[in-house]
Every structure is written in structure tokens, then in C-alpha cells.
Design a binder for this molecule. Structure first.
Ligand SMILES: [Zn+2]
Length: 391
């Protein structure tokens, strides 16, 4: 459902001021040949670099009326744009960290992973993380790096004439993974050469890890956090559902974090439904239903049991804070409808909060010790039911 793979400037989340600044520079013709796009990938640093290169090469740049959100964008229709959107333009060269895996046994280079990288970016979107990439190519616990062979290939590529009537663009994703000792020197030498109609765009998350000499030879494009409003709009557009403001705020301007929070919040919602059903059974003392429920919980993995119990503990604590201190429930704990939450909260008071929390804590411990699931959830149900009566 969520994509963010085909990026014109308009598809980038937020960052409007930066985009307008960049298109203005390109339109004025003062393009710097070595640029450093600095910012977490979840802020859109890679998406920005690629959209930048696409705009530069677009044969029919669009300009919009004054007051529009974007002053300009690539057309998305010309042959260059079409190829850029598939990351398959013959004058776009992508370099990125790699390592050996099941199919590449030694001397890994970007070229050997070119197809996988393109598929990865189109499938996972340009906001995807380095860890996702490593998982995608099955590096297991190994870290990737940009090799000396890659650095040489970058230099060679930069020296070639463009195939088509276009700027040739070299994008180095996560350039701080360049093996500084062996490859840094090669790259430095290249940054000193005049580059003609060729650009090198370094996409970097962590500038401390990049050689200061490389830093000083590039023009810095700082890609900052995405503003909350744009982030919220993008998530709502993609999911077709309202997204809680505190989920957006907890994502700290990072689209990838926001997407992860959304996935988790889906799981939490499911646990919330189980929690509400359970509490209703306890209030009604419906033994037939309860015993079915206990059976289904006992069948879950220990990790699932633990995360449900932790969820229930958090839910009860949040209810207590709601009644005692008037604190609202966070997006992570949207378990019941308003009516259920309001009435359930009145059952959690000073008289039983400690009993309730201890019951959940004990149950979590028992799961860790591999206690019998059926007995454990049945006993817990009785403890909770008893404690709720003491409000
Ligand atoms: Zn175009």
C-alpha cells in the first residue's frame, strides 16, 4: 500500500522551501558539480537527490504560478523523466554499500547488485533504510561498505561522456560507508577534477563518518526533518485513514519511523480489541467465552503472550492516569470506544492499581519462565476480576 518510489519533487513529503531553493538554483544554471545531500534517509535525502537529478535532466520542466506550493517540477512525461522514474536512465549511475552474500562470494561491487538495488528502491521506496537494504540482499549480520573498486568505477564513470543529451549523474547512497582508508583517496582526487556536464551527488546520513576533506569539496544540501503537518497529510493520503497527531509527533520528522509506528499501531489496535473482549468477559463472568479465550491465548507464542500482557499492563496504567490525573490515552492505547474507556477507567483506582499491575507483572514473569499458558491466563483472569471489584 505504501510506496514513495516514483519521486518527482511533488511526491516528496514536505521540504517545500528546500525544493524551491533547489529548482531556483538549477534554473539559474549555477549547478554545483559535487553536492552532499545530508539528512536521515527517512527525511527524504535520497528522494531529494534523485528528484533533483530528474529535474535537471527533464526536457520539459514545469513552472507554476507565483504563490503555488512548488515553483517548478519535472514533467514526469518526457523520455528522461520516464527513465528516471524507473531509475533506469543510462546517464544515472547509482553506487551504494554492499558486501558478500549467497550469490556474490567475493569482491562485492555496486555493479553486481545493480538490479537488486533498483528493485529495492522501486519496491520499498526511496525512504527505505540501510538496514532494510542489507536485509533485502541477505547480508545477515554483516555491514556493507563502498569498496575501492566502486570508488574507481565512480571515477571512471565520471570521466565518460553522457550517452544521451543529458547531465550525467552519479548518486552515491550512504556515501559515509566509503571505506575511507582504501577508497577515500580515489574519491578525493576525483572531486578535484573539473567535471564538465557531470554531477556527483553524495547522499549521507552521518557526516561525522565522512572524511572532512570530502566534506570541504562538496556543496552542502541539508535535508532536515519533515514538518508534522506534511507528514500527517502524507500518511493519511496513503492509508485513507485519520492518523493520530501524537503518532506523527513521535515520528520526529522521519517518514520511515512514521510508517513503522503506523504498522505497530495496527498491531496495537488488534491487541486493544482482544483486551476489550477479555474485560467484557470478566465483567459478565462468562465462563464459556473465557475458557475459549484462555485456550486461544495459550496457543500464541511466548513473545506474543508477553507483548499482549505488556499492552494490557500499559492500558490499565493509562486508565489509572486518566482517572487520577486526567491524562489522555496515547495513540498506542486506543483500545475501546469512548464509552468503554470512560466506564472501564472508573474501575481502576487507588484501591486496586497496585494489585492489577502486580498481577500483570507476575504473569509476564511466568511467561518468561515458560509457565503453562492455560493455567496462567485463567489464574490471571481471576486475579484481575477480583481486583476490579475492589475499586
Ligand atoms: Zn520531464
Amino acid at each position: 500500500m505504501l510506496n514513495f518510489a516514483y519521486m518527482r519533487f511533488k511526491d516528496i513529503v514536505g521540504q517545500r522551501d528546500l525544493i524551491n531553493h533547489l529548482t531556483e538554483i538549477i534554473d539559474s544554471g549555477h549547478v554545483s558539480h559535487a553536492q552532499l545531500f545530508l539528512g536521515e534517509n527517512g527525511y527524504g535525502s535520497m528522494a531529494m537527490a534523485v528528484a533533483y537529478a530528474q529535474y535537471l535532466n527533464c526536457q520539459n520542466r514545469q513552472h507554476y504560478a507565483a504563490g503555488a506550493e512548488l515553483r517548478a517540477d519535472s514533467c514526469g512525461e518526457c523520455p528522461n523523466c520516464k527513465k528516471y522514474q524507473q531509475l533506469s536512465h543510462s546517464d544515472l549511475h547509482l553506487f551504494f554499500p554492499t558486501n558478500t552474500n549467497k550469490s556474490v562470494k567475493k569482491d562485492p561491487t555496486s555493479d553486481q547488485f545493480a538490479t537488486e538495488f533498483r528493485e529495492f528502491m522501486l519496491e520499498k521506496g526511496q525512504y527505505a533504510s540501510l538496514d532494510q537494504w542489507y536485509d533485502y540482499i541477505g547480508l545477515d549480520n554483516k555491514q556493507g561498505f563502498i569498496s575501492k573498486d566502486d570508488a574507481r568505477e565512480i571515477v571512471r564513470t565520471l570521466g565518460l561522456k553522457p550517452y544521451e543529451q543529458a547531465y550525467k549523474v552519479v548518486v552515491v547512497w550512504m556515501a559515509e560507508q566509503i571505506d575511507a582508508k582504501v577508497a577515500g583517496g580515489v574519491l578525493l582526487k576525483m572531486l578535484e577534477e573539473p567535471l564538465g556536464s557531470t554531477l556527483i551527488l553524495l547522499v549521507v546520513e552521518n557526516r561525522e563518518r565522512l572524511l572532512s576533506t570530502i566534506l570541504s569539496r562538496t556543496q552542502l544540501v541539508r535535508v532536515g526533518k519533515i514538518d508534522n503537518k506534511s507528514l500527517q497529510q502524507a500518511l493519511e493520503r496513503e492509508t485513507g485513514q485519520p492518523v493520530p497527531a501524537d503518532l506523527v509527533a513521535a515520528s520526529e520528522g522521519n517518514l520511515l519511523t512514521a510508517l513503522n509506528n503506523l504498522t505497530q499501531s495496527g498491531e496495537q489496535k488488534h491487541m486493544g480489541e482482544i483486551f476489550v473482549d477479555w474485560m467484557r468477559m470478566l465483567f459478565k463472568l462468562n465462563m464459556a467465552q473465557l475458557s475459549e479465550w484462555v485456550d486461544s491465548m495459550a496457543k500464541q507464542t511466548r513473545e506474543q503472550q508477553k507483548s499482549f500482557l505488556q499492552y494490557a499492563l500499559d492500558a490499565v496504567r493509562a486508565c489509572y492516569l486518566k482517572t487520577s490525573a486526567g491524562l489522555e490515552l496515547s495513540y498506542k492505547l486506543q483500545f475501546g470506544d469512548e464509552k468503554f474507556n470512560a466506564s472501564f477507567s472508573t474501575f481502576v483506582t487507588n484501591n486496586n492499581i497496585e494489585l492489577l499491575m502486580k498481577a500483570f507483572d507476575d504473569a509476564i514473569l511466568a511467561v518468561s519462565r515458560n509457565g503453562n499458558g492455560k493455567i496462567l491466563f485463567m489464574e490471571l483472569s481471576f486475579s484481575i476480576s477480583k481486583a476490579l471489584k475492589k475499586r
